[in-house]
Design a protein. Structure first.
Ligand code: ATP
Ligand code: MG
Length: 549
């Protein structure tokens, strides 16, 4: 991209002025779900900036909410970041800082800047006031330092039940910024934590954790999404009040994609209620989902690069992502022929019975000198039903009664006779082939259409899972109040078809999606077993979309 984004400008100016010697960023996922495409944007940004400016990026789990978090997610997050092609400097956990955070909380109490509040959650919310009206001070706001310390230590010791007390910072109940109206620092939660076990029954809030964690790690540029800009004054208040390393927070616009939901809470619901087969269902916008769908890390990085970084919320077109996937796969994927659904049998009446002829063709026409595959040709073939039409319009250049078509890589055939079953459905085409039309043999005779095919004797049966959008609504962030996001689930997002593929497909070791010629990109699925190959449709070949950014 030609222009620098605003973060690059800030970083370059900070490096130039000597404000920082080198940059340190972090990616701070909460391990309460699998990463999605929005996280990919944040990862590409945080790791990408550090790479560009010779800095480092930490992976820091924001694990302060024990009830929703799990090691399953911790492991999956690492796998996804590595798959995207990035390497973190240190693997860290906000929970590693619980002791330090606790000490800072006591320090604030000692300095008269924090107090224990016994009000209920409702009373605290009501006392906060509204954007228009100032808040009311809690009746517990002026407890003595000694009393606050004693009760806070009791909270830590487990004497008080969940929800009975919180620790709040004493800032300003009249502040225009609601988050500055004595924010909660600690709540009581008698819950087992996936790392600290039962050591703690009080847990720090996000706002009391994030900035200080950045500071402990000497993060120079703490990059987060726009909705956190109201948190910045609080982020700065803790760092300044505690006099610790001055990390700074910068906000960018989150990624929104058409027809796509990116909220871990809702994605979890889809998984738990069985609307999808799991977090890695190929229709999910999770990184494990798109990976299983056949999207490549190269394509995702290309996409993140193209959408750039902005300070204003935008809706990105899902088609741009698909375009990036096609760009990448077109350059790298191996080609094979396969027919699917309800193919038509083609019998060549003038082919010598039992004879097989082998044709060689490049695995990828983008690399004509590269590896080749061998394709067997026999007298009984399958073609896609869509490639034949009985009463075809003039512009139909595939096969019709009495018409000719070239079979890809091989001969021209002519349709001599149409065989139908009792219901009038076409079941077989009796054709003749033109032996002089063999590629490389004499003059190349041109016919208008070329179609793909497979040999009946050699075809391998496969299962094809054809996917469509999971949701039918373009803007899934804008659900009317009387509707549920699940109302927009696409009932036809998955279709399963049988397919028959040329045998060389079984030897494919590329590890990425292949192209079924004239059909689309397909990737081998983990549900495959010996003798049963399952392919997920990654994306179609159709490329009407013009990338404009
Ligand atoms: P969700 O709302 O889906 O649960 P989250 O923001 O709660 O997402 P975190 O695990 O806290 O998820 O996010 C880790 C990082 O990824 C944060 O810095 C967050 O700002 C960023 N992030 C999350 N969603 C997006 C998105 N759609 N676009 C860009 N960055 C995102
Ligand atoms: Mg979050």
């Amino acid at each position: 991209m030609a222009d620098k984004n605003f973060l690059e400008e800030i970083i370059e100016s900070d490096l130039e002025s000597g404000k920082v010697d080198s940059i340190v960023t972090r990616f701070p996922p909460e391990p309460n779900g699998y990463l999605h495409l929005g996280h990919a944007k944040s990862i590409c940004l945080n790791f990408g900036l550090a790479q560009k400016y010779g800095g480092k990026t930490n992976l820091r789990y924001d694990d302060t909410n024990p009830s929703k978090e799990d090691v399953e997610y911790v492991d999956a997050i690492k796998e996804d970041i590595s798959w995207l092609g990035f390497h973190w400097d240190k693997e860290l956990y906000a929970s590693d800082y619980f002791d330090q955070l606790y000490d800072w909380a006591e320090e604030l109490i000692q300095r008269g800047l924090a107090y224990v509040d016994d009000q209920t959650q409702e009373e605290i919310s009501a006392g906060r006031g509204t954007v228009e009206t100032p808040g009311k001070e809690s009746p517990y706001r002026n407890r003595s330092v000694e009393e606050n310390l004693r009760i806070f230590r009791e909270m830590k010791a487990g004497i008080w039940p969940d929800g009975s007390k919180v620790l709040r910072a004493k800032i300003d109940m009249g502040s225009k910024n609601m988050l500055m109206r004595d924010p909660i620092l600690y709540r009581i939660k008698h819950a087992h934590h996936h790392r600290t076990g039962d050591k703690w029954c009080i847990y720090p809030m996000y706002d009391f954790t994030h900035g200080q964690s950045d500071s402990i790690e000497k993060i120079t540029h703490s990059i987060c999404t726009l909705e956190f800009d109201v948190h910045r004054p609080l982020y700065d208040w803790f760092i300044e009040t505690l006099g610790i390393f001055p990390s700074h927070q910068y906000e960018f616009a989150r990624l929104n994609l058409t027809y796509t939901l990116m909220s871990k809470r809702k994605l979890l619901e889809l998984v738990q209620k069985g609307y999808v087969s799991g977090w890695d269902d190929p229709r999910m916008p999770t990184l494990c989902g798109v990976r299983r769908r056949g999207y490549t890390p190269e394509a995702l990085r290309m996409f993140c690069d193209r959408i750039g970084v902005s300070k204003h919320e935008q809706m990105m077109d899902l088609q741009l992502l698909e375009w990036c996937v096609r760009q990448d796969l077109n350059a790298r994927s191996n080609r094979y022929m396969a027919v699917s659904g309800d193919p038509i049998k083609v019998t060549l009446s003038n082919w010598e019975k039992g004879k097989t002829e082998w044709f060689e063709s490049p695995l990828n026409p983008e690399d004509p000198e590269g590896a080749k595959r061998r394709v067997p040709f026999t007298g009984e073939l399958l073609i896609d039903r869509a490639d034949f039409m009985e009463d075809a319009p003039a512009k139909f250049f595939r096969l019709r009664p009495g018409g000719e078509v070239r079979l890809k890589y091989t001969y021209i055939i002519k349709c001599e006779e149409v065989v139908k079953d009792a219901d009038g459905k076409v079941v077989e085409l009796i054709c003749t082939y033109d032996p002089t039309s063999k590629p490389g043999a004499g003059e190349w005779r041109k016919v208008k259409g070329t179609i793909h095919w497979v040999s009946c004797d050699y075809a391998k049966e496969v299962e094809l899972r054809i996917y469509d959008k999971l949701f039918l609504k373009e803007n899934m962030n804008d659900i009317p109040e009387d509707r549920d996001y699940k109302d927009y689930l696409n009932p036809e997002s998955l279709k399963v078809e049988k397919g028959w593929a040329e045998p060389a497909l079984l030897d494919d070791r590329s590890g990425i999606a292949v192209q079924f010629e004239r059909t689309g990109y397909f990737v081998l699925d983990k549900d495959s077993a010996d003798g049963k190959l399952v392919f997920n449709k990654t994306t179609s070949l159709k490329d009407s979309y013009k990338a404009s950014i």
